[in-house]
Design a protein around this ligand. Structure first.
Ligand code: C2O
Ligand code: CU
Length: 580
């Protein structure tokens, strides 16, 4: 079955056949010695941990696409956090804590430098309240909390409350809703949670650096309805992330501008809640509800739980109209999905990311399976038994009824269009020639970095990712759509496959929610409120934006390097209401 949303699902074709599990698994740095490409390029050996260096090629590519790229450094200076700071003087980061906040509470959130050890190697990273990921905030729907943010980083920052339809002044976008909080500064956020579900927070300054270094956390907003979700044995909140490291440490970031701006920065170590090996033990027959968030800079995941039956329950900002069984769940940067899994037999289930990697030159796919963690199922029987509730596919009448009010707008003419494309200028000529050759193959979704030798050279100085309004020809921040409060706006997004380097883009609208009406003309039969939608290369997606939250807002691609290379625009929702 091909699902209606981007939610599910790869077609059967895309699910790796006869794959060798973990054969291409990226390894933590202690086992990187044998990593193909590491010593061949020689680059990992140059300089100290702060040297710009080319990441290794994927093993299946048998070498670089273009010889000599490792000798063409990106046109930026290298940035790593805490230059000159002895990591041993920094506090060791601790695992995430759960913080329950009541309406009216005030919470202190501090961004600092921390020391982290991954695979036996020690790095300086960032953290909120010294935790990886940041604290998991639990609040009740309709609560308002004050968050006193303190920036103790070595650069300006801010906090954006992703997907939360709060007051515009607390949206955390420097230059639009506030000034960036300087190093040493503070800012008071008033965060109101009108919608139940799973949300997250992260900086809105140099996200390619700050988010990648660990600045992200979840917010679990509970509905007052005790039957909002089905009963389960337990709930787990999983933040997915990846970091790019080798024996010399973290691969440096671009100082003046982001690096890795073509594909975004793909990590070679995949982390669940900040750890390379997620582990959970449950009794036999347990039903676990997983709240999933993709906090990676660029990586889209295709997750499954070792063959455990999987039920799709909710996405970014609401439940689905009806629950459905899925084989896997596809999660693009910033997207959230709520799934439930039934672990029916004792033993081990692997949480895997199963994708099709690509050779850009030949257009050949390679099955790639990464094991992110394991769920151990004990012999003891889970009590109570929630198997019955799990097998019941619920229809959520409340959400359908709410969506029903928007149905009269589904067939309205398109109000605005956006074309997604890119402009690349000033890269070395052999590279440009290579990139424009006909043999270059672009998959609909980039599951991995299949061209690190080209990607590492590209910075925000040469790459300009573009959202273009074809009606006016305006691009990025020159676009300033204006809506009245409660306008229901139909938007058509198109990911231009003719772009010099087309790539899938997860597009996010701040402060509002939307429905994904159809993809490439195929209507979506199972709706949920979303704030981020993935556009595969060449696809057209119609969304219906519920412009009900007044203020000045941003819309952008959530690949951090694309956002930081221009791919963002503004829209204004006036306080004056549209109609009665
Ligand atoms: Cu997570 Cu501007 O967004
Ligand atoms: Cu993008």
């Amino acid at each position: 079955m091909l699902a209606t949303l981007g939610a599910v699902v790869l077609s059967d074709r895309a699910v790796a056949q006869g794959s060798k599990p973990d054969s291409l698994r990226t390894r933590p740095p202690d086992s990187m010695a044998g990593m193909p490409g590491m010593s061949e390029s020689g680059m990992a050996m140059v300089g100290g941990s702060g040297a710009l260096r080319m990441p290794p090629m994927p093993a299946y590519m048998q070498g670089p696409m273009l010889r000599g790229m490792e000798k063409v450094p990106p046109n930026v200076t290298a940035f790593l956090p805490g230059e000159g700071v002895d990591p041993m003087t920094l506090p060791v980061a601790i695992a995430r804590r759960v913080i329950t906040l009541a309406d009216g509470d005030t919470f202190d959130l501090r961004a600092t430098l921390v020391r982290r050890t991954l695979g036996g190697h020690t790095f300086v990273m960032y953290a909120y309240n010294g935790q990886y990921p940041g604290p998991l905030l639990r609040v009740e729907q309709n609560a308002t909390v004050m968050v006193r943010f303190e920036n103790q980083l070595d650069m300006p920052s801010s906090v954006h409350w992703h997907g939360v339809r709060l007051d515009t002044g607390s949206d955390g976008v420097p230059g639009m809703t506030q000034e960036a909080v300087p190093a040493g500064g503070t800012f008071l956020y008033r965060v109101h949670f009108p919608d139940a579900g799973i949300y997250w927070y992260h900086p809105h300054v140099r996200e390619d650096i700050q988010q990648n270094l660990g600045l992200f956390g979840n917010i679990l907003v509970a509905s007052p309805d005790p039957a909002y979700y089905s009963p389960v044995t337990r709930e787990e909140v999983l933040l997915l992330d990846d970091v790019l490291i080798d024996r010399a440490g973290l691969f440096p970031f671009g100082g003046e501008a982001p690096d890795f701006t073509i594909m975004g920065r793909f990590g070679n170590v995949l982390l669940v809640n900040g750890e390379p090996e997620y582990h959970l033990t449950v009794p036999r027959g347990a039903v676990v509800r997983f709240f999933l968030t993709d906090a990676s800079n660029s990586r889209t995941y295709n997750l499954s739980f070792g063959g455990a039956p999987l039920k799709l329950v909710a996405s970014d900002a609401s439940r689905f109209e009806r629950e459905e069984m899925v084989r896997s769940v596809v999660l693009a940067p910033a997207e959230r999905y709520v799934v439930e899994a039934l672990f029916d037999s004792s033993g081990t289930y692997a949480l895997t990311n199963q994708v099709q990697a690509i050779n850009h030159v030949t257009g050949e796919f390679y099955p790639e399976v990464d094991t992110l963690g394991r769920i151990t199922v004990s012999a003891t029987r889970a009590a109570p038994d929630y198997g019955g509730a799990f097998r019941t596919l619920r229809r959520n009448a409340a959400i359908s009824a709410e969506i029903e009010r928007y149905r009269p707008y589904f067939d309205r003419p398109v109000d605005h269009e956006l074309d997604l494309t890119v402009n690349i200028q000033g890269l070395p000529i052999p590279l440009v020639t290579f990139m424009t050759t006909d043999t270059m193959y672009f998959p609909p979704v980039e599951w991995n970095d299949g061209m690190p030798d080209m990607n590492w050279v590209a910075t925000g100085k040469e790459t300009r990712w573009i959202m273009r309004d074809p009606a006016t020809g305006k691009e990025n921040m020159d676009i300033a759509w204006r809506f009245k409060r409660h306008d229901v706006v139909k938007l058509r997004l198109f990911n231009d496959p003719q772009a010099m380097h087309p790539m899938s883009h997860p597009i996010h609208f701040h402060g509002q929610r939307f429905l994904v009406l159809d993809r490439d003309g195929v209507p979506n039969e199972n709706l949920a409120w979303k704030d981020t939608v993935l556009l595969p290369v060449g696809s057209t997606v119609d969304i219906l934006l519920d412009a009900s939250n007044p203020g000045t807002w941003m819309a952008h691609c959530h690949i951090s390097e694309h956002l930081e290379s221009g791919m963002h625009m503004t829209f204004v929702v006036d306080s004056a209401s549209a109609g009665p």
